[in-house]
Write a protein that binds this ligand. Structure first.
Ligand code: HEM
Length: 501
């Protein structure tokens, strides 16, 4: 016989497992009309799901060769559900433009990140923070650049301290995460908070806590998730700490505004714009605080991963360092450290874009959940189906990128512009440039993120000589975590201050 506590755990979990299997069978039946990659039988599909986990890119590329011409969507087996993807990148257009009432980005986000619990979607799930990012921040990029540049210079000095002529090795990603958090927070909350090491650590910690908790809650029945969150989650504690940092800032700004009236100069940062929104709608100060936390979650790791991929790719191909340095020096001489200078750096931009094309976040992006039974391109999509874009097919498709599509060509987008007259930059999104998603929910922070990454790359190249700290200088291997892909977390880079700086 099971003892009380064992029974309390095993009985509900077994019930949940049986329920999940029954649901999986039901889901498979409803998706019978969509061809499968791998086995379509509900039991055998788990074997395919395992193969998919072991070699995601190979599994998809082999599977894609079996797709019949004219197929619009295929389904790919995940461990917990089927993932429906466009059979050709073109097919994602309709998904990307679909209204949220039929294909919802929010519902998908809620399932993956358990946003109701980890990101307080019940309070801030209206996503009002998108407006200030899309409009105020993007419009202010030029004005904000001097302070972003100042922060980047100081953040690099603090993260990679060096004596004259000294080569020193740093495990790169943990230091870069702090640099990115500090620079991003210069525009999110401003000085002095963006420099507070504990505030920076808490933001990094929050992002990790969201990922870990979302995995743990996902396997629990919905009815138990709220209890588990209240009992075990570190996130409410992180919100309290964030409030301790941000509340005095909010109070001080409000007092100053009341005191100075018309002559008050509103700080140009996202916190200010979010405070305006909260005031207009009569919301408590917790509202802008939770939104700043959400923006930090959405921007720190994405930017750090994308940037690290680019730097690893550059240092493993050192022949491109000099041409990049020449372009950077020329643009800075002509325009100073301005937005105009960064916009002129076309090789740097093409390099970054190529890096984003070849080193992507995982197998899919731009998740949408069918809120109701609907039809996309004439194909019935049942309620509850997960539809995504395929990063593998979009970014590696040889019909789009040519026979050398698997190769790293930093000049690719410059050549394409010369051939077609069409400028494709790091912020351009399309069915085959999906790093920032595409369509209705394409990342509104991409203009800032790209400016930040170009600025950092230019500063790293101007300030340091760098080499990968390994025997052969080869690019550190990316790591797959489930169906997501991240750059090597433990690789080190050797730095030396450049003599001419
Ligand atoms: C390299 C850095 C970044 C990458 C790769 C990235 C990527 C993405 C992706 C893939 C999406 C979802 C698109 C979709 O579902 O179609 C997204 C959404 C979003 N991103 Fe970013 N992001 C980055 C940086 C940022 C930054 C710096 C901010 C803010 C300061 C930001 C704010 C947002 C917001 C608010 C959304 C939700 C948009 C919506 O639902 O309509 N992101 N991002």
């Amino acid at each position: 016989m099971l003892e009380g506590t064992q029974a309390a755990v095993i009985v509900p979990l077994s019930a949940w497992l049986i329920y999940s299997l029954v649901r999986a069978f039901g889901q498979t039946r409803k998706l019978d009309h969509i061809p499968s990659i791998g086995f379509s039988d509900p039991i055998l599909s788990y074997w395919s799901a395992l193969q998919f986990l072991i070699d995601p890119i190979g599994f998809l590329r082999r599977g894609w060769e079996t797709i019949q011409p004219g197929t619009k969507f295929v389904k790919v087996p995940g461990l917990t559900r089927w993932i429906v993807m466009p059979a050709v990148p073109e097919q994602y257009k309709e998904v990307a433009g679909a209204p949220d009432r039929s294909l919802s980005a929010d519902m998908a986000g809620n399932e993956f990140l358990q946003g109701e619990f980890t990101m307080y979607f019940k309070e801030v799930g209206d996503h009002l923070q998108i407006g200030p990012i899309r409009h105020n921040l993007t419009r202010s990029l030029g004005d904000l650049l001097p302070s972003v540049h100042e922060e980047a210079v100081l953040a690099l000095e603090d993260a990679f301290p060096l004596k004259e002529n000294e080569w020193k090795s740093y495990v790169f990603m943990p230091s870069l995460l702090k640099v990115v958090t500090r620079i991003s927070n210069r525009v999110l909350v401003g000085l002095p908070l963006c420099r507070d090491p504990e505030y920076i650590d808490s933001n990094v910690h929050y992002a990790t806590a969201v990922f870990v908790e979302s995995y743990l809650l996902y396997v629990l029945p919905y009815s138990l998730r709220g209890y588990a969150h209240r009992l075990f989650s570190p996130i409410p504690g992180i919100v309290n700490r964030m409030t301790n940092w941000m509340q005095p800032l909010i109070d001080a700004r409000r007092e100053e505004k009341a005191k100075l009236g018309q002559s008050w100069e509103q700080p140009q940062d996202v916190l200010s714009w979010l405070m305006d929104i909260a005031e207009e709608r009569g919301r408590a100060d917790r509202d802008p605080i939770l939104r700043i936390m959400g923006l930090n979650f959405g921007s720190i790791h994405t930017t750090s991963i994308t940037f690290t991929n680019a730097l690893y790719s550059l240092l493993s191909r050192p022949q491109y360092i000099d041409p990049l340095r020449e372009e950077i020096d020329e643009c800075i001489q002509e325009e100073g450290w301005t937005k105009a200078a960064l916009d002129k750096m076309s090789l740097l931009d093409s390099f970054l874009k190529e890096s984003m094309r070849l080193d992507f976040f995982g197998v899919y992006i731009g998740q949408r959940m069918a809120v109701e039974d609907c039809t996309v391109s004439g194909i019935p999509i049942p309620k509850g189906t997960l539809v995504t874009a395929s990063l593998v097919d979009g970014h590696l498709n040889r019909e789009i990128w040519g026979p050398d599509g698997d190769e790293f060509d930093p000049y690719r987008f410059i050549s394409m512009e010369k051939e077609t007259g069409r400028r494709i930059t790091s912020v351009t999104t399309s069915i085959s440039s999906l790093t920032f998603g595409h369509g209705r929910h394409a990342c509104p922070g991409r203009f800032f993120a790209t400016q930040e990454m170009k600025l950092m790359l230019a500063l790293f190249l101007q300030t340091y000589d760098m080499k990968l700290d390994n025997k052969d200088g080869a690019r550190p291997k990316n790591m797959w975590v489930g169906l997501s892909c991240v750059p090597n977390q433990s690789a080190s880079i050797m730095f030396r201050k450049r003599a001419r700086v």
